[in-house]
Design a protein around this ligand. Sequence first.
Ligand code: ARG
Length: 507
Amino acid sequence: MQKQNKAQEDYILSLEADRWLFYADVLVDKAHVVMLKERGIIKRDEAAAILHSLTKIEERGEDFIEHELPSYEDVHTAIESVLIREIGEEKGGRMHTGRSRNDEVATCIRIALRDELLELIREINELRGVLLEKAAENVDTVMPGYTHLQHAQPTTFAHHFLAHSDAFARDFSRLVSAYEHTNVNPLGAAAFASTGFPLDRERTAKLLGFDSVLENSMDAVSTRDFVIETISCCANLMTNLSRLAEEIILWSTTEFDFVRLPEEYATGSSIMPQKRNPDYAELVRARTGTVFGCLMGVLSICKALPYSYNRDLQEVTPHLLQATKTAIASVVVMKGMVEKLELKKEEMELKAKIGFTTATELADTIVRETGISFRTAHKIVSSLAVHLADENLESEKEQESEKTLVAEILQRIDDSAAHIIGKKLSEMGLTEKKVKEALNIASNIQKRNVKGGPAKKEVLRMLRARRMDLEKDEKSQWAREEHVKRSLEELEREVKKKKKVIKVIKR
Ligand code: ARG
């Protein structure tokens, strides 16, 4: 096609995504050529010449991308054209036998994405490890738990971080599923209707480390649902990261004062010398929006595309690249930040006592001791809450005043109960001792010992279970990485074997 000007020429390019696909494309070319030779579709010396030239192109790497790529329509055309320039069309022109750029690009994206997914999954597992470690160090660190960002009930930092690590464990399994849908072989589908050449699709799948063949050749070139799935996993992951980032931002404020940001994850102000700003956490929060944008981009591009290939699909790849790179970088940043986060344990514990966070346990105690219904107990306690919300109900230092405080509270409970049910609870079995116990933060936490609760025994059990889960997940991850590695090693051995012919011919 005659191009009118550079702007028009550039319009069709997708350079950054094509850089990303360069190494994958060389692998796809190698596997295809090895298979063509094995099937007798091309001759020995032809395969040898092509593989030799491909190796040289691969070795050029950055240089190839800088010098050759921009002059061609895309990376696939660039590699084939340079190869033909080097070894001539008689041999080089056979590489694309039984293949289309449609199955080629789909295969390349899956290979390049596979590497990103493997890295992302590995990083998520490391983040889970760091969260579990921090939780294990803080089984006894008391903090206020929140609902509506208001003090709600006391909990421990370990319980809180176990919650975050469970969310990332689900991100892990979602991404494994995305990986399984990604790691299948579309090669051999050609334009969409496969080919009359006797290709062996299982063989290229094996050489390229795919788990299986993506069978229907129409589906193989048309679908980008694995891209949508991956970005949607990234969006979910980013939401989890962003919520953690948001908490770290809040916790580092003067108002909360629960944590000290690690030096390397805080920045100063250009004007205010005292500042320690949480810019990294803020950028994780912001880039979550960027990843959502990528998801919306690919959904919109794909939603009305008739089967099979349309050039619109090229526009999907940059979003995938941006979403996965952003997700990986964000996990890495959060991992470092969490690892070095300094907790202000005393401050947390102090704040856990403010805001009448023991009100629920006081109502529960009333139910247990007097036999009235929970709803009625709730009414009685909530009528006290207005006065008690601002007080520290557990001033350990002044034992004497605590005693009077408890007596005073029981009196107020009685007054309120007399008003609401016409009876005093102290006459129905509620004692000062029980009130005191209900108001104690530590016993509040220990009482919440049902499955998944913050009681130490439960937290320790969950820690053990989660560590075992993580170990299992790391093993399965290792197996995935090994499978790909071993397959690509086999591909290289085949390439080497088939390249040897050229030396014999040269002599
Ligand atoms: N660069 C293209 C893409 O990413 C490659 C496929 C081109 N195929 C075609 N029929 N024009 O989708």
